[in-house]
Write a protein that binds this ligand. Structure first.
Ligand code: ADP
Length: 158
């Protein structure tokens, strides 16, 4: 159990299909604490870093083009075990395989146009948050719902 921050990117497939509200509502309802949010246009440069693990794959350029097709919305969420929570809400990479009830399972039929990016480990989350947010773009503030989201011992983590 640990207090974590994680990065979510609402991809062009979410922005263009008018799904920003639906998806951010899911994270809000779950009880995750939004500490950063902005719209930005991704570039080849930032995507070369962000998707470096895909650089040898034949679809690398196509995936980067898809991520640059329109602005995206990047979000940073905080919560106890937030990385795993968000990852399990995301679902499998391929939207055709992702389980219904997950975001990709409910909104995607593609292995590429799969609505959101979410950090997959604590190391990735740290690197990705630093890649997409300046320190002053992240806000530390208390949620008035905190004591209704967590019991005392969990709450003390925060
Ligand atoms: P995830 O986004 O689930 O963490 P990856 O890091 O492996 O998955 O891939 C990054 C992104 O690259 C995926 O979200 C998807 O948009 C795209 N991608 C991955 N694998 C494929 C594939 N086989 N065909 C097309 N696009 C893919």
């Amino acid at each position: 159990m640990s207090l974590e921050r994680t990065l979510v990117i609402l991809k062009p497939s979410a922005v263009q299909r008018g799904l920003i509200g639906e998806i951010t509502t899911r994270f809000e309802r779950k009880g995750l604490h939004l500490i950063g949010m902005k719209m930005m246009q991704l570039t080849d440069e930032i995507l070369n870093e962000h998707y470096a693990h895909l650089s040898e794959r034949p679809f690398f350029q196509r995936v980067k083009n898809s991520m640059m097709a329109s602005p995206v919305v990047v979000c940073c969420y905080e919560g106890v075990d937030a990385i795993q929570i968000v990852r399990s809400m995301t679902g499998a990479t391929n939207g055709r395989v992702a389980i219904p009830g997950t975001i990709r399972g409910d909104y995607s039929v593609s292995s590429q146009e799969n609505i959101i990016h979410t950090s997959d480990s604590p190391k990735a989350a740290l690197e990705e948050i630093a890649r997409f947010f300046k320190p002053e773009e992240l806000f530390e503030y208390k949620s008035c719902a905190q004591s209704f989201l967590y019991y005392q011992e969990e709450y003390q983590l925060i």
